[in-house]
Design a protein around this ligand. Sequence first.
Ligand code: PLP
Length: 431
Amino acid sequence: MSQNKRSEAESELVATARRVLPGGTFGNVSHELVIAEGRGSHVWDVSGNEYVDYLLGSGPMIVGHAHPEVVDAAHQAILKGTTFFANNADGIRLAAEIVDAVPCAEKVRFVSSGSEADAYAMRLARAYTKRDKILKFEGGYHGMSDYGLMSLAPKRVANSPQPIPDSAGIPRSVRDEVLVAPFNDLEAVANLIREHRDELAGIIVEPFQRLIPPRPGFLEGLRKLTEENRLLLIFDEVVTGFRFAYGGAQQYYGVTPDLCTLGKAIGGGFPLAAITGRADIMAHFDKGAVSEEAFMMQVGTLSGNPVAAAAGLKTLEILKRPGAYERIFKTGRALMEGYTQALKDIRIKAVVLGDAPMFDVVFTEREVRDYRTALGDEATMKRCNLLLRERGILKSDSKYYISTVHTDEDVRFTLDAFASAIRELKPASAA
Ligand SMILES: Cc1ncc(COP(=O)(O)O)c(C=O)c1O
């Protein structure tokens, strides 16, 4: 798997992309690779280079690319028409499966992306509590809405709870409606709640923030504080849902929020996401269940799309089979342990951060507990990713996703590639 060739066909596509796309990309990964095909745990670019894939479409392909059963389910659905703007059987079955699996889920509303799900979950918290402010954590990813894009990746440091918009074009007024605390800092949260209790609708949190695990007691503490102060607790499980466990991070960590958002895995590689949670809160989506002023308007042309629902349902069926999560955890642990040893052997100071279903190497010497301590040497990270890509490993800029179909051979290949990449990296980051 040598990654050094670029065919004329790919070069032409890259040139066209540069001409017609801002920055030459769809805005996803930072590089210009053009993917032609994915099968199982591998993808191929247009030039024919093969990669072990840890990008996994940024998470949805948790049972691997073009899984024959998922392809067949989607194919059968497509043959019967691709969208109706009305209830369909697989969408209803998928909602029922989510209600069975996810501890907080009593009702489900489908949308098409995680960004939408998060924006609606925050609106739902406001509709339910009749209060406006949302507390989020610095570095927490909650999609691309004006509210989500507050202190996701601030380049300058602001004092809590002042949010920093991550994007141009966000109205100034939105800053006044978002409070920001450091992840894993219960005291900061308690202080903010004390100060803003009458204005706060709820707290939105990734239970496992990017790659940072919650400290013992942190999620339990958030649950207690939100209950005591009658605020809603929203878990953003767009990434962790059906990935850390069949019931998501809330099952894995044993803390049940009021609402959660889901995406990625539940669409089986098609655009589908959801807001789910307590029935009395979800009732705000139901015109017949709440007053006219309390009703929360939400409509989407492709919501609950039958092809996405069929693929998602089949993906969940595969994940539910005995051994699926054991496989993900075994692979992820083998890689994390192998990486840790390789870094130690060559004396590069770095942390293998995360948990088995998703992790990465952060080039830092600090103990990581929140956004700021997780900021490593980005230039070294970028170079490491590039060296890995040249060696046949594809990943996102800041994460390895593990699937049920990565093989022991993939692990061996990846550990060799990593050892070789960091040997080349060493002069730049020598201890
Ligand atoms: C935790 C989290 N929430 C929300 C989103 C947004 O999802 P989408 O890209 O489907 O809009 C993402 C995307 O990666 C995410 O990681």
